[in-house]
Design a protein around this ligand. Structure first.
Ligand SMILES: Nc1nc2c(c(=O)[nH]1)N[C@H]1C(S)=C(S)[C@@H](COP(=O)(O)O)O[C@H]1N2
Ligand SMILES: [Mo]
Length: 184
């Protein structure tokens, strides 16, 4: 059955949907961290080639960019959670948000998380140390797709961390693409 599907896909030319390799060089940058950070690896936002950043008013002279391959090299954590609240429980996995932020070395106190639909949430940096929130890149083992919760999503351990019991979905940003660190 599986072989039949692969043969059919090859016949229809669908195999082009598979990435030719799975190494970091062919993995698009999905998370841009900017603002009050000590480590950067790219230059200024370019409004001509970065229309979504431009639309959302995301501006920077330098930033730290992270691709999926890099996120997967960090220690992966799994959180069993219902999202949206009350839906069935699923396994979300990815690195701890604090491990991701450590790459950029934050020098401020507040995070502003922007998603692909323009949704923005302000999150005190301290909260990512107090709680094991992850930047999920998989749900039930599958990479989070664009159009769904991808490319990455904030998932909080609200079923296991007593301080998070009953928390709302407001800080469960899906489609995360950028994280600004602000001074306060
Ligand atoms: N990117 C993004 N994430 C989001 C939201 C959103 O609008 N955009 N809404 C939040 C809120 S308030 C809720 S209740 C849940 C479900 O919102 P949705 O039905 O708009 O997806 O997602 C949360 N995460
Ligand atoms: Mo909500």
């Amino acid at each position: 059955m599986t072989r039949w599907i692969i043969m059919l896909a090859a016949t229809l030319g669908l195999m082009a949907c598979e990435a030719p390799t799975n190494n970091g060089e062919n993995s698009a940058d999905i998370i841009t961290i900017y603002g009050a950070i000590a480590t950067v690896d790219r230059g200024p936002m370019d409004p001509q080639t970065e229309p979504l950043f431009n639309t959302f008013g995301i501006e920077f002279d330098a930033a730290c960019v992270i691709n999926t391959a890099a996120l997967l090299t960090l220690e992966q954590h799994t959180i069993r959670a219902d999202f949206p609240a009350g839906a069935s429980v699923r396994n979300f996995s990815g690195p701890l948000l604090r491990d991701v932020m450590a790459i950029a070395v934050p020098t401020g106190q507040t995070l502003v998380v922007t998603s692909v639909d323009g949704y923005q949430r302000e999150i005190d940096l301290q909260r990512i140390y107090d709680h094991d929130v992850i930047l999920a890149v998989r749900m039930d083992g599958d990479p989070l797709p664009m159009g769904g919760f991808g490319p990455a999503m904030l998932v909080w351990p609200r079923r296991t961390d007593p301080a998070l019991t009953g928390m709302s979905d407001d800080d469960w940003s899906w489609g995360v693409i950028a994280i600004e660190v602000r001074e306060a």
